[in-house]
Write a protein that binds this ligand. Structure first.
Ligand code: NDP
Length: 279
């Protein structure tokens, strides 16, 4: 087992985030304590959840049951789509902290921009208040396109610390990543193995065979060498361990280019420009 081998990324306000974490989307509440504990026991110190996933209470419980100090674990949660109005956002954040039973969150994100629903600039102003209260150590966004970010940069004060977007070999997202990097916004790559869809790709399996690693490890290592932050999800302990063993091998520049060359603009999730779903 490799412990403490995960590098940290410095966010634009100096907060340190482990570059590799554990994702909890589509983990049933009943399975969340065991899955999150397995990740913490393996050495993960960064957990990504959301109000939308319905498992914040269980993530908080796992953190407590792990016996680790709260400040040794980086926890992210996200504002759900129905709460974009200013006061609703403040109340939703209180509920998130209450469900996690935490005094503070490490990172709080607007989950989706919902351009057709309300005004995410108003939402961001509520996020800024939360940040200034000290109860979220960093704030950011998810699924924001450069034109959404430009509005925040022009109309508000706090630059988002992260932009969490879908990225994997079939959706390399180099344009959004370059915009983020140019504005000191760290990119987090969600669905980093495209929920398994890239694991049979012959380019990836070929590299995996050559370096003696699995296709998942090669794909996750590609993200790490691109300096993105990743948090693969798995309820399977052997995969949780496999996905953590990324720091004792390296891909060559040619391998990196070959994987990036698989980009075909293929999303597994919704398009942020048209997704306006409110539960
Ligand atoms: P991932 O790309 O992490 O893939 C998860 C799937 O791959 C599961 O079915 C899992 O199966 C399987 N898997 C995991 N590891 C391996 C492995 N080593 N070998 C083979 N199969 C494997 O998808 P997610 O969509 O879960 O993305 C990761 C995280 O990103 C989420 O959990 C969430 O935290 C975040 N996210 C954020 C979104 C946003 O809008 N901000 C949207 C979507 C995700 P099993 O569990 O059965 O082992």
């Amino acid at each position: 087992m490799i412990v403490n081998a995960v590098p940290t990324v410095s966010l634009n306000n100096g907060v340190q985030i482990p570059q590799l974490g554990f994702g909890t989307f589509q983990i049933e509440p009943a399975d969340t304590v065991a899955a999150t504990l397995a990740a913490l026991e393996t050495g993960y110190r960064h957990i990504d959840t959301a109000e939308m996933y319905g498992n914040e209470k269980e993530v908080g419980q796992a953190v407590r049951e792990s016996g680790l100090a709260r400040e040794d674990i980086f926890v992210t949660s996200k504002l759900n789509n129905g709460f974009h109005a200013h006061d609703d956002a403040l109340k939703a954040f209180d509920r998130t902290l209450g469900d996690l039973r935490f005094d503070y969150l490490d990172l709080f994100l607007i989950h989706w921009p919902l351009p057709g629903v309300g005004d995410f600039v108003e939402t961001w102003k509520a996020m800024e208040e939360i940040y200034r209260s000290g109860r979220a150590k960093a704030i950011g966004v998810s699924n924001f396109q450069p034109h959404h970010l430009r509005r925040l940069l022009q109309e508000t004060e706090v630059v988002p610390a992260v932009n969490q977007i879908e990225v994997h070999p079939y959706l390399a997202q180099d344009e959004v990543r370059a915009f983020d990097a140019g504005h000191r916004i760290a990119t987090e790559a969600w669905s980093p193995i495209a929920q398994g869809k890239v694991l049979d790709d012959p380019t990836i399996t070929g590299i995996a065979r050559r370096v003696g690693r699995t296709a998942a490890q090669v794909t996750l290592r590609w993200h790490i060498q691109r300096n993105d932050i990743v948090f693969p999800k798995s309820v399977t302990r052997s995969r949780v361990e496999e996905n953590f063993a990324l720091f004792d091998f390296e891909l060559t520049e040619a391998d990196m280019a070959a994987i990036t060359g698989l980009d075909r603009g293929e999303r597994t999730g919704p398009d942020p420009d048209t997704f306006n779903y409110v539960p």
